[in-house]
Design a protein around this ligand. Structure first.
Ligand code: NAP
Ligand code: FE
Length: 366
């Protein structure tokens, strides 16, 4: 067995923790940039809690982060960080603001084109330190070295993966998620589920990581419906499952399902978690047919038995698993498949995957 388990982010978890984190900030820090989404910052309660305890710091707020942040948003935030001599970046919100915070932290200290760094150019300087405060349960970005950005010109979602962008610490306060409307709880909750499933099936998986994955899947299956009805204990557990699943993708990544979801988000504005939810049943069917990890696939399938199978579970969350019901046309699948087959995550999917297989998976959801 070979593995490397690296998680430099300090995790502070618990209800109310957002009200007591200022003592964790290094003494020599004066200038802080808050990177967030205006609605979320106010609705989640983070605004009051955070600003109250950062009274002694010089604060600048960049609250223009959109869903699936674009390069131009990152550039804008980077400019603000530089102009204000920012020393620490606080990413507050769902995956979008947390990812934006990581990007801004990296590009504020490293000159040049963002795209070059996305394509592997080495960061010559350390990024600014980042603190993440999630308001969705969710992406797990609070414990990952990833940031996902959208290239609007090329119509591509790209993952910036770099060990230097792990948050310095993250405050996971489930109370900040209590304001999520039902559909966001469900979309982001299924994102957690798919992170854990994909990391479990990834060829980079290892037994320690699998423990986190299976635990996370169980928690989501037992609690997502309740959480969507605003059951606070269930929402608490979901925040925990999200963190666990984040740890699993840090070490084993997501695989085919996530990269197949990207075109649905880019070309049809389907939220990230929902795109994964729609494709999950067809992805599992493909794994049943084609994966050489027979036992692991069986384990996943068996976890959905009490819900009548994967498809019934997703439909039970009021999510249609038919791409036709989202206005997507069958003629688009060729392009979606072309964009997907070139991604590196194909190589860590435990099956021989061809472009035709990908088209077939999309077709089976039509
Ligand atoms: P998000 O894009 O951050 O947020 C979606 C919407 O949720 C927001 O626009 C906001 O709506 C609402 N929202 C968030 N928190 C809320 C709260 N507490 N109360 C009320 N509304 C709330 O969603 P996400 O699913 O968390 O993040 C998706 C992004 O993360 C994608 O770009 C995805 O590719 C990326 N991602 C990153 C990683 C990673 O490891 N870095 C992993 C997976 C995915 P309003 O603004 O309209 O109010
Ligand atoms: Fe995701």
């Amino acid at each position: 067995m070979n593995f490397n388990f690296y998680l430099p982010t300090e995790i502070i978890f618990g209800c109310g923790k957002v009200k007591e984190f200022n003592q964790l900030i290094d003494k020599d820090i004066n200038n802080i940039l808050i990177v967030t989404d205006k609605n979320v910052f106010e609705k989640s309660g983070a605004c009051d809690a955070v600003l109250k305890q950062l009274k002694d710091f010089r604060i600048k707020i960049f609250d223009e982060v959109e869903e699936n942040p674009s390069f131009s948003t990152i550039k804008k935030g980077t400019k603000i960080a530089k102009e204000n001599n920012v020393q620490l970046i606080l990413g507050i919100g769902g995956g979008s603001p947390m990812d934006a915070a990581k990007g801004i932290a990296a590009f504020a200290t490293n000159k040049g084109n963002i795209i070059d760094y996305m394509e592997g150019k080495v960061l010559s300087k350390d990024p600014l330190p980042v603190v993440c405060i999630p308001t969705t349960s969710g992406t797990g970005s609070e414990v990952t070295p990833y940031a996902i950005f959208t290239d609007l010109e090329k119509g591509k979602k790209m993952c910036f993966s770099n060990l230097k962008i792990f948050p310095k610490f993250s405050i996971i306060d489930p109370e900040l998620t209590f304001s999520m409307p039902k559909y966001i709880t469900i979309n982001t909750g299924v994102d957690v589920l798919t992170h854990a499933i994909e990391a479990y099936l990834s060829t980079q998986a290892f037994p320690l990581n699998d423990l986190f994955a299976i635990h996370s899947i169980k928690i989501v299956l037992e609690n997502l419906k309740l959480a969507s009805q605003k059951d606070k204990e269930a929402m608490n557990k979901l925040a925990y499952a999200s963190m666990l699943a984040g740890i699993t993708i840090t070490h084993a990544s997501t695989i085919l399902l996530h990269i197949m979801g990207y075109p649905l988000t880019i070309f049809h504005s389907i939220p990230h978690g929902r795109a994964n939810a729609i494709l999950l049943p067809a992805f599992i069917e493909f794994m049943k047919r084609k994966s050489y990890l027979t036992q692991k696939v069986k384990t996943i399938v068996s976890m959905f038995k009490e819900f009548g199978g994967v498809n019934n579970y997703i439909i039970g969350l009021n999510i249609s698993t038919k791409l036709s019901s989202y206005g997507i046309r069958i003629e688009e699948f060729e392009k979606f498949a072309r964009d997907t087959i070139i991604k590196d995550d194909i190589k860590i999917t435990p099956a021989e995957v061809t472009k035709e297989d990908i088209i077939e998976i999309y077709n089976s959801t039509f």
